[in-house]
Design a protein around this ligand. Sequence first.
Ligand code: HEC
Ligand code: HEC
Length: 251
Amino acid sequence: MRETTIKGLRTFALAAAAVMLPLTAGAALNPEETLEKANIENGKNIYFNGKGDVPACASCHGQEGLGDDAMGTPRLAGQSFTYIRKQLHDYAADKRMDTTMFVMNANAKGLSEQDIIDVAAFVYQWDQPPTGSDLKAVAELGQPVGKRYLGKALVIYGAPERGITSCYACHQYNGRGAYPIYPQLTGQKYVYLVNQLKKWRDGSRANDPMGQMQAVARNMSDDDIHNVAAYLTTAPLTTMGNSFVPKHEIP
Ligand code: HEC
Ligand code: HEC
């Protein structure tokens, strides 16, 4: 039964991808073709040195691209090329507001379309282990930390009786992502995950296609949010007894 549901949603996801791509890819290029046009050296240079008024991405997202809980920044390394590109477009167009430090909107506006492609390609191909937050260190920052085992149940099964669809249905196993639409959540920073879920819940982040994330987060309590974040930040990318991680078909 659950398998059918997941397959159904996967088909839905692919249909959504077909609708979304012309919108997100600007000049209607497909993601593979756009990725081929990327200058990864330029992207790397922007990441580590910045460009013009735009500061180095590394100063907030880290020298290893893994994000920072004290600053509330996300991990970027390994994230979907198309997804990163969409977020930079959304910040540049003020469709997504960075209410943490009010920096990302200005940063994205300071990059050309080619720069966005280049920096998105650089972080996408950056192969870093799925290391998320150290939950003890997060607790020391004064953040409430949830329970992993309760979060795991929500990630895998959701809570249909409370209107919470499983994260698995869209973000795949343990949140490893279904690119190009559904970002990787595995190994994402705890504080960032909590912030985004609260923003989807109160509607202050509303750049999700068809309101998909807002519909899920609307029904989540603070505890639910802390629990899923505690699980996802520390979850393995691989299934038990199998070290194979499937490659994303579209970047
Ligand atoms: C001064 C700190 C700072 C700098 C510099 C910075 N960022 Fe960010 N970035 C943030 C914060 C804080 C967030 C989370 C904002 C939010 O909660 O919406 C963020 C979010 C993002 C996201 C959203 C990721 C996701 O998973 O949705 C992307 C993409 C991003 N930054 C890319 C970049 C790039 C590329 C650069 C360099 C050109 C950069 N950032 C420089 C602080 C920074
Ligand atoms: C019906 C599909 C769907 C389900 C189910 C779903 N999500 Fe999402 N989620 C999305 C989409 C689509 C996006 C990307 C939105 C965008 O393009 O900005 C997203 C983005 C996110 C983000 C932002 C990631 C980032 O890097 O900024 C978080 C966090 C997230 N989801 C958490 C969850 C959690 C936790 C669950 C399970 C409780 C869940 N999602 C279930 C569709 C879904």
